[in-house]
Write a protein that binds this ligand. Structure first.
Ligand code: 7TS
Length: 415
């Protein structure tokens, strides 16, 4: 199928009509939003859902016996069910609402990590991890005396799988690796990694912040133990994230935060804790945001994650082709779309990544520049920063043309 044909099957123009924010001018030019890896835009269905909650049934959950509280509780728990089905969890009890992927990973590090890790234990990470899947393990290592090992990446930005074989031992208690790199775009072989981790008795945690929004993710097929992701990267509001965990593991884990809603009984000196997931949801949760996450899941599922993935795949192929043709431009990460998602980071000779982003912004093209919270990876790539374009379901070929034209102009300006 040609790129044009594939794109036309996916009715991107009608999808764009769902996203009010896209229909505006920036610096006198139509907005081309190419920074969805940082945070996605929201369709009107999700915005309306938030408003509907506050207008019609705003109330705290799991406490009131009155109508509004029951309605809010029902909608909040229904959203949990939608998320559970979305990742093919065995039960909604395996879904814990957090603030974001960062908090989900910290929850595992604090709760499971502190209870289970000892001096001499090892945690296997990769050098492409976002700080969210690095710092919590550094902190855990400092608390427990555990040590961190790192799988390297090759010149194409792929994990060096021989490192996995070399570094995985009986001492490894956890493998924590990203499903899709937010810098390189690399999609990692999670199923294979989980298989190898389990063969050494280690658990497998997946940072799915960049995969769940973009492709079908099934925790049973992947056969992993923990999966963390954020609502705001998948058309939902900020302030809501998810930790999926295998139920037997969650049930054995101590609480992360203490407070209301996470207890069974309390006296002045001790308490017993609620069952999962309530045990891990202390305090008033992000009710509206969780309900709107459920709406975002409905929205993505109506289109189909395989279809969304295919659309982004076509856009990425086109972008790789266009950007590779620009003189002095270096792309970091896989140069083909095989096992690759739609985050493309690059440098342009003689031009600072921030200047590129600023010049593109003057054309209405929004991209991110910096180390993208992956400073160790940038150190290894031997660049302080890159510029990154990232795509989602509402992006078009025409926006990639504008990116490429803007980059060609920038290159000429600085040549
Ligand atoms: N993991 C990965 C792979 C990410 O890309 C991000 C956010 C996170 C974890 C953390 O997500 P949060 O919602 O908890 O903040 N990545 C980016 C990015 O690439 N640009 O801005 C945020």
């Amino acid at each position: 199928m040609t790129t044009q044909a594939a794109l036309s099957l996916f009715d991107v123009l009608s999808i764009r009509r769902d996203f009010p924010i896209l229909h505006q001018e920036i610096n006198g030019k139509p907005l081309a939003f190419l920074d969805s890896a940082a945070s996605s835009q929201k369709p009107r269905q999700v915005i309306d859902c938030l408003e509907d909650y506050y207008r019609r049934y705003n109330a705290n959950v799991h406490r009131g016996v009155y109508k509004l509280s029951e309605q809010a509780t029902f909608a909040y728990e229904r959203a949990r069910g939608k998320v559970a089905r979305f990742v093919n969890a065995r039960s909604p009890k395996e879904v814990i609402f957090t603030r974001n992927a960062t908090e989900s990973i910290n929850l595992v590090a604090r709760s499971w990590g502190d209870a289970n890790l000892r001096e001499g234990d090892r945690i296997l990470l990769s050098v492409m991890e976002h700080h969210a899947n690095l710092i919590p393990w550094q902190m855990l290592a400092q608390r427990t005396g555990a040590q961190l090992d790192f799988v390297r990446v090759d010149g194409e930005g792929r994990l060096v799988m021989e490192d996995v074989d070399r570094l995985l031992t009986e001492k490894t208690r956890l493998v924590a690796i990203t499903h899709q790199s937010n810098v390189l775009g690399t999609i990692n072989p999670i199923q294979e990694l989980a298989l190898r981790a389990h063969s050494f008795g280690a658990l497998m945690l997946v940072d799915a912040a960049q995969s769940v929004p973009h492709m079908p993710v099934d925790v049973q097929t992947l056969d992993v133990d923990f999966l963390a992701f954020s609502g705001h990267k998948m058309c939902a509001p900020t302030g809501i994230g998810v930790l999926w965990g295998r139920r037997s593991l969650l049930e054995a884990m101590p609480p992360f935060l203490g407070g209301g809603s996470m207890i069974k009984t309390v006296d002045l000196h001790t308490a017993t804790y609620a069952d999962v997931p309530a045990r891990f949801e202390a305090g008033t949760p992000a009710i509206a945001e969780a309900i709107a996450l459920g709406e975002a899941v409905d929205y993505l599922q109506r289109l189909g994650l395989a279809t969304i993935y295919q659309h982004e795949h076509e856009l990425t192929a086109y972008a790789l082709e266009r950007l590779s043709a620009i003189e002095g431009l270096t792309i970091y990460g896989p140069k083909t779309t095989e096992m690759r998602g739609g985050s493309i980071s690059f440098t342009l000779d003689m031009v600072h990544p921030h200047d590129i982003a600023a010049l593109l912004d003057s054309d209405g093209v929004a991209v991110r520049a910096g180390h993208h919270c992956c400073q160790p990876l940038h150190t290894l790539l031997d660049v302080p920063a890159t510029t990154r374009a990232s795509f989602y379901l509402y992006n078009t070929q025409e926006e990639i043309d504008r990116l490429a034209i803007g980059l060609e102009r920038t290159q000429k300006l600085f040549a």
